[in-house]
Design a binder for this molecule. Structure first.
Ligand code: KG4
Ligand code: ZN
Length: 386
């Protein structure tokens, strides 16, 4: 079954064609992230306008993929069996662009349309066969050993159920029990900020622009424990709490407090530590890298500890990571420590962040074709009652 999927929940406009939920025929992603940089966060109005500009070119490009050449006089659209679209959660202006475009396509072509929950779709990126992935996909750098059990289907190890699934993105930190590709139960989620939001907000505090998670990861990699004598003690919120919920706003506040407190009074053990973004004094650069390291350690400690606890509690055989933060190399490294107990999977980097491939995969495995008249954008679509 060949599904054309459209994703426009936030600041990415994406379209993909995927066969049987696993094989990527084409995948195109346009992003307006850079445009929001000067505002210090995503401006919904700007994101919606960019969605409008990009949606037709992105669909056109996805339909001109090499696997979609005309067959016996058929157009690429004729070869599609169903259309899938993200209906929420997300920004209303952005969602409407994708939803109305998908409904129009369904009406004009008479093809079935499948509404998709963006957050649930993230975890289905784990079912995609990475070997079919588009050129330019970010793979794990080989210098970072993530072990043979991590990396989607590359390791040829199948996902086994029950599985615990951690969706960790800019807007969500959710844990699910997955008994099959259809049977999902929500176990817990963040009570306030998402992990990605914590990465982004603390990154801004340290002086980084957009792509906060990536900036912190890179700065943390430049840090060496011996560089700076001072270490802030950052909390690991709710790490010992019995529930499977998370909280990251306290961590953000703690970083703010610690960052303000130290107006760079310390002497670095080594000079010359600089980051590209923050190339002020070596001391400041070293401090920035050290804070980035500590922030990343705190966030990843909480995510790993709670996910492993859930996996033990539910006798899981596999752990599935997904969402933008699942691209984090330190997080993967920490999960990898548990590879002898659990079969651990994470999509390649480009399938962790927002894309339409995961929307098509979810639609194939768990979607329900729905009358297009009844489909609407739902900005606050529940990720718990599913
Ligand atoms: O899944 P996603 O693309 O969008 C949402 O659905 O929210 O996730 C975006 C989030 C951002 O907060 C971004 O900073 C974070 O994922 N992110 C990372 C990394 N790459 C993206 N966080 C930590 N390390 C990374 N390498
Ligand atoms: Zn997302």
């Amino acid at each position: 079954m060949r599904i054309l999927a459209i994703e426009t929940s936030c600041d990415e406009t994406a379209c993909a064609v995927v066969e049987d939920g696993t094989k990527i025929v084409s995948s195109v992603v346009a992003s307006s992230t850079k445009m929001h940089e000067k505002y210090g966060g995503i401006v919904p109005e700007v994101a919606a306008r960019e969605q409008l500009k990009c949606i037709i070119p992105v669909i056109t490009e996805a339909l001109s993929g090499s696997g979609l050449e005309k067959r016996k006089g058929k157009t690429p659209l004729d070869t599609i069996d169903a259309i899938a679209v993200t209906i929420g959660p997300g920004l209303i202006g952005s969602l409407l662009v994708g939803v109305e475009t998908a409904k129009t396509l369904a009406f004009v072509t008479g093809k079935p349309i499948i509404p998709v929950n963006h957050v649930l779709a993230h975890m289905y990126a784990n079912f995609v066969d990475s070997s079919f992935v588009i050129p330019g996909l970010i793979r794990n750098p080989s210098s970072f050993s993530t072990g043979s059990r991590l990396g989607g289907r590359d390791d040829k190890k199948k996902i086994q159920f029950p599985a615990i699934s951690l969706v960790v993105s800019g807007g969500h930190t959710e844990l699910y029990l997955m008994k099959s590709t259809k049977d999902l139960t929500w176990l817990g989620g963040t009570l306030d900020d998402a992990a990605g939001e914590c990465f982004d907000k603390t990154a801004r505090l340290l002086g980084f622009g957009s792509q906060g998670g990536v900036a912190i990861q890179e700065a943390a990699r430049s840090y060496h424990v011996s560089d700076i004598a001072y270490h802030p003690q950052l909390p690991r919120p709710m790490i010992h709490d019995d529930s499977l919920n998370f909280s990251f706003s306290g961590l953000k506040t703690a970083v703010m407090r610690e960052w303000k407190k130290c107006s760079f009074p310390v002497i670095p053990a080594q000079a010359g530590i600089q980051t590209k973004k923050n190339s002020g004094s070596p001391i400041k650069s070293g401090m920035t890298n050290m804070f980035a390291y500590e922030i990343q350690e705190a966030i990843t400690d909480v995510l790993v500890t709670k996910t492993i606890r859930a996996a033990k509690q539910y006798h899981a055989k596999s752990i599935l990571l997904s969402g933008g933060v699942a691209a984090n190399l330190r997080l993967r490294e920490k999960f990898n420590i548990h590879h002898s107990t659990f079969n651990i999977h994470a999509p390649d980097g480009a399938l962790c962040t927002d894309n339409a491939v995961m929307i098509a995969s979810y639609a194939f495995f768990r979607g329900t074709p729905t009358d297009w008249h009844t489909i609407t954008a739902v900005p606050n679509l529940s990720v718990e009652e599913i």
